[in-house]
Design a protein around this ligand. Sequence first.
Ligand SMILES: *Cc1c(COP(=O)(O)O)cnc(C)c1O
Length: 381
Amino acid sequence: MKFGTKVIHAGVSPDPVSGAVMTPIYQTSTYVQEAPGVHKGYEYARTKNPTRDALQDNLAALENGAKAICFSSGLSAMDAVIRLLNPGEEVVSVNDLYGGSYRQLVRVHARYGILSRFVDMSDASDIEQHISDKTKMLWIETPTNPMLNIVDIEAICKIAKEKGVLVCVDNTFASPYLQNPLNLGADIVLHSCTKYLGGHSDVVMGAVIVKEEAMSEHFYFLQNAVGAVPGPQDCFLMLRGIKTLHLRVQRACENAARLAEFLKTHPKVNRVNYPGFESHPNHEVAKKQMRMFGAMVSFDLKGDDFEAAKKIMTATHYFLLAESLGGVESLMGHPASMTHGSIPREERLKVGLTDSLIRLSVGVEDVNDLMEDIENALSVI
Ligand SMILES: *Cc1c(COP(=O)(O)O)cnc(C)c1O
């Protein structure tokens, strides 16, 4: 089955009771038993729910994994992944990690003896020197936020495999339409389904997809034992959002490419970060592992004026100033004061995260309106 068919059909079949084409929302917490222990495979809805099952089967197919396990948010999915580690073991992750993932590692798991280190993975051959005898897992994000760095998943997985280290890829920014890390050698894929998978900024959810069925036991156990499960209504909305994933992401990527080109030639813009540019340091890797170059673009201003950046962000009409990404509507954010405000300025500047850096999550509106919107906003400074 090709991707554009999977999003609509994988894991989903008409309801056997009514013939309903759309997966019913099984809004129930429990299921009747004919006799103690005699049931249809469903006992209690924390453990199992048919709407959730359909979504999980669909997600497993999209990432070419053995199983998918859904959680109530991307971060609760991450929590389940990090629980593969024992105290004293270490996770080595990219140094421009999503802020919430960084916070979970250093403020939650660190208390229970799980070590974490943050390194530059833009040159895959460097990774070997960062793997110690404590390293149990590599945590990759690519493209990264907000600098849009690209990590060579295949090259890193090859080294990790030789060393017996697990690899988890947070594939949120790319979505399964653009990139399938399990095919490139990763063991686990994580999604904040809140973003491109849901695609309409109306659900918070996370998922883990595993390459080997054996590893799914750990995640089903935690889904039930810890209980951070998504509700049936949210699972339905997620299934509905996924049906147009390929169309939305394709259009958003096309729009982003046009906007990136437009920004590159604008006299007030300093630098545009976009993996689709041939001048991007890892453009060739992006070309190799992604179907298109994504719909995230970031740029900063000549003179790097914090106030000017703020002015732009209150002057747009269609680009809404908000956290998050991956919805049909275009959003913009100011990492230095929003998502990355807790990182010391010196540290931010080292990775190129300047005061005037603006991050765009390009949506699927008409690209001419989007360009006009940015052009007008840039004219106020
Ligand atoms: C949003 C996000 C998360 C966290 O997901 P939630 O659904 O908000 O818990 C993790 N990783 C990345 C890359 C994200 O963008």
